[in-house]
Every structure is written in structure tokens, then in C-alpha cells.
Design a protein around this ligand. Structure first.
Ligand code: 4AD
Ligand code: MG
Length: 431
């Protein structure tokens, strides 16, 4: 008898006896036959228990199995084009591990609050499994791309003495006799690391105490933040589009069954090829006004604006050179037009909004010091950041890609809450 097999490996064992372990997802019975749908974390397979082929104990055990009971199955793998996944198992023996109590998530439609309350169980369904598999593939593809292109992963602290993006969105916590904040972005630390290692990135959770209750916002989300010394605006965008193309194409190559299960239109994803579309902030404002939006130069975009702008293109689109006043203190002004900065937001197609925010950073000591004074940023907390401009300062650039928004887009999800194992949202911190 072979060692343990998984559903994913069944193709390699046609005609052979195998042993699987998993959970009962669903069951149909017709007197002398039980059709058990068993999931094992790698997939779902139908196991056919015929009364005349098994012992009385096995038949009775199959009969008694409740939804989500854990079990061991032994049987022969049979190819069957009609079966979901293409294989079935003719069962010889069933060994229950635990008979599940009455399972709260019946196989029917449930309300979202009920499902989120039961997120610890909801993740067992094939759709949620597919999303989490794709998440893992996206993380893997991001790291592979960066590692193969000369980046070093360094990672940033989570507990920080000050803010990076906007002081109103900080989570405060005690740090012995002091106050600490949960990080909003590792960027400032990545700038220090880039001056030590050249090209670096961090990849971890970020926290925003935003009172936003939209399908794009999480309170705790994951971000990958590459930072590159000696790299200016134009090259920064080229790295971003190459990274996103690589991620999307890797998911298409490696997660075809998951995309299919999610009903994703793969043809749309296949068109995600560099170079991506580009539009200046100025042109974006003009385009929106021409298309009936009430917006003026200097205004930020809301999600209806982002959706409309992105709908014109098959690829994601970079919106470049926003007004200096709209963006963070560290962004490098355009040398020809200091009222705008050398930044870009990448908007995903199909209404998924901003997935990347990035910019060239101010490298000039005097200019950054002036910005600190304008923004009333205390020298004692940010002095070290200013040091980077004192000692061998160079032009440098970087960006942050939001993992859950990228997952939501690639998977075609309605809301980012399904893109993370246990979402943290404005009105939800449990389970
Ligand atoms: O545009 P943001 O705020 O940029 C930064 O934090 C920079 N310091 C990054 C950098 O240059 N290193 O955030 C970057 C991305 C957004 O484009 C979005 O995808 C994601 O992070 N993001 C969120 N995702 C989910 N929920 C939230 N509340 C998010 N806030 C930002
Ligand atoms: Mg942004």
C-alpha cells in the first residue's frame, strides 16, 4: 500500500490503491451506494462506497459520516471524465477520525455577517481555499521576481515611534513608559536599507486606523515595499509593471484550476502585459471633467473616478505626477513643475482601484529639511531619516503594492475581506 496520497496527486496513481486523509465536504446516498465528496486541502474528490464492495463496518461508517467529519479513505483511483477533477476513488475502507457535530455552515447561501462570524470554518469551502492558494502563489511570485532581480529582503519593524504616511491613521500602543505606533508602511526604513544594500524590499503587515468602510479597505493589510538606490521615477514605473505582469502571468500558469473555480475571466488577465497605460494627473482631471465628473485640479480621486479612468484600458494604468499638496512629504518635486511630484499610483483594471502607490523620494538635504518644517515633523523622531540625506545621498525611488487589493483584482472578488485569512475591518476584529 502506497504512503499517503493527496487529491492533487491522484493523476499519478490511476489504477493504484491509495490512502487519503481529509474531511467530508458533502455526501449523497442511494441505498446501496454512498458518494462521499472528500476534501483534503489540495482539492476535492468523489469517493464511491458500494455496499457489496466493502465491509459492513465501512458501509455503516460511511452512512454515519456527517458534514466535515474527518476521515481516512482507502481505495483505487479511477479516471472518470465526468467526475469533478477527473478522478474518483472506488472505496475499499473508511476509517472515521472524528464525527463532526452538526456543522453550522450548511451547503447553501449564507449572509456575509454569518460567514465572517464563522470565518474559521468558512475558509474550508473550495472557493475560499482557492483564494488562499492564489494568495500564496502571488506572495511567491512577488518574492521570486524581486529576488531574481537583485533585491534583498530586509523587512521593517512593526512597532514604530512615528508615522510614515498620515498621522491621523495611526494605532497607538503602550511601549513601556512610551507610546509606540503600529507601522503604516516600512518605506522610511527601506530608504535606510537601500543606502546599505542597493535594492531592498520588505513584505509584511501594515496598519491603518482609517474609518473607511469600503470594499477596498482593511485595517490590517499586507504590503510589499521595494526601494531602490540610484533609481529615478521612470525606472521605478518599469519595475512596477514588470513585477505586476510577472505576478499575473504566474497565477495564470500555476493556479488555472483555482481561477476557473472562481469563475475568473482569464482572457482579461492574459492582457496584463507591460508596458502599462499611463496618464498624467492633469490629463486624468481633464478626461474626468470631459466625461461629466465634477472635479477640479488639486482634488484627490475617489473610487468612482479611479474606476472610470481605469476602464479605458486593458492593462493597469499609472496616474503620474499628482499635485504636491495631495501627496506625502517625502516625494520628489518634478524639477520642471514643483507643484507636482514624481509619483504614480497604479490603478488596476475592472474597478479594483489603486493597487500601488510609489514615488521618487526627496534626496536633497535642504529641501527635505524644509518639508519637515512645513509638515511640523519633529527632528528628534525623524533626524535619522534626514541623516540619509547627509551621508552619501542619492536619487532613489520605491513603491508599495497592496497584497489584498492585488488578490481581489486577480481573483475577481467583490471585497478585499475574502483576500486574507482573518480580515480586520472597521467593525470587525473577530475571529
Ligand atoms: O499609497 P500607500 O499609502 O503608500 C505607502 O504607504 C507608501 N509608503 C508605499 C511606498 O512607497 N513604499 O499604500 C500603498 C498601497 C496602496 O496602493 C494599496 O494597494 C494598499 O497599499 N493599501 C491598502 N490596502 C488595503 N487596505 C488599506 N486600508 C490600504 N491602504 C493602502
Ligand atoms: Mg496611495
Amino acid at each position: 500500500m502506497a504512503e499517503w496520497t493527496t487529491v492533487r496527486q491522484l493523476a499519478d496513481h490511476v489504477g493504484q490503491d491509495v490512502r487519503l486523509r481529509g474531511w467530508l465536504y458533502n455526501k449523497r446516498s442511494s441505498g446501496k451506494i454512498h458518494f462521499l465528496q472528500v476534501r483534503d486541502g489540495t482539492g476535492l474528490v468523489q469517493c464511491v462506497v458500494v455496499k457489496s464492495n466493502v465491509s459492513d463496518e465501512t458501509f455503516a461508517a460511511s452512512d454515519a459520516l456527517t458534514q466535515e467529519s474527518s476521515l481516512v479513505v482507502e481505495g483505487t483511483v479511477r479516471q472518470d471524465a465526468r467526475a469533478p477533477g477527473g478522478y474518483e476513488i472506488d472505496v475499499r475502507h473508511i476509517e472515521p477520525v472524528q464525527l463532526a457535530h452538526e456543522y453550522p455552515i450548511a451547503l447553501k447561501e449564507h449572509g456575509i455577517d454569518f460567514l465572517l462570524d464563522h470565518r474559521h470554518l468558512w475558509i474550508r469551502v473550495p472557493r475560499q481555499r482557492a483564494i488562499l492558494r492564489i494568495r500564496a502563489e502571488i506572495e511567491c511570485a512577488i518574492q521570486a521576481f524581486l529576488d531574481n532581480n537583485g533585491f534583498t529582503r530586509v523587512d521593517a519593524p512593526i512597532l514604530t515611534p512615528a508615522s510614515c504616511e498620515d498621522t491621523t491613521e495611526l494605532f497607538e500602543t503602550r511601549y513601556f513608559d512610551d507610546t509606540a505606533y503600529l507601522t503604516q508602511s516600512g518605506q522610511l526604513y527601506m530608504e535606510a536599507a537601500a543606502m546599505a544594500l542597493g535594492k531592498v524590499y520588505c513584505f509584511g503587515p501594515c496598519f491603518r486606523a482609517e474609518k473607511s468602510k469600503t470594499r477596498r479597505h482593511l485595517i490590517e493589510f499586507w504590503m510589499v515595499e521595494p526601494e531602490m538606490a540610484f533609481v529615478e521615477h521612470e525606472e521605478n514605473l518599469r519595475v512596477q509593471e514588470a513585477l505586476v505582469e510577472h505576478v499575473v502571468q504566474s497565477v495564470i500558469d500555476r493556479c488555472a484550476p483555482e481561477l476557473e473555480l472562481l469563475g475568473r475571466d482569464i482572457a482579461r488577465l492574459e492582457r496584463v502585459r507591460a508596458p502599462f497605460a499611463r496618464m498624467s494627473y492633469d490629463d486624468a482631471i481633464r478626461w474626468l471633467r470631459d466625461h461629466g465628473f465634477d472635479i477640479a485640479w488639486g482634488d484627490d480621486f475617489g473610487s468612482p473616478h479611479e474606476t472610470a479612468l481605469a476602464e479605458q484600458f486593458d492593462t493597469p494604468v499609472f496616474i503620474e505626477r499628482y499635485p504636491t499638496k495631495l501627496k506625502a512629504f517625502y516625494m520628489q518635486p518634478d524639477p520642471d513643475r514643483p507643484e507636482v511630484v514624481l509619483c504614480a499610483d497604479m490603478l488596476a483594471p475592472e474597478g479594483y482601484g489603486e493597487i500601488i502607490g510609489g514615488s521618487q523620494r526627496i534626496h536633497d538635504y535642504e529641501l527635505l529639511k524644509a518639508r519637515f518644517e512645513e509638515h511640523r515633523l519633529p527632528e528628534e523622531t525623524y533626524g535619522w531619516y534626514l541623516d540619509l540625506r547627509r551621508y552619501g545621498s542619492v536619487p532613489h525611488s520605491g513603491f508599495g503594492l497592496g497584497l489584498e487589493r492585488t488578490i481581489a483584482w486577480i481573483c475577481g472578488l467583490d471585497h478585499v475581506r475574502e483576500a486574507i485569512l482573518f480580515p480586520r475591518m472597521l467593525y470587525r476584529m473577530a475571529p
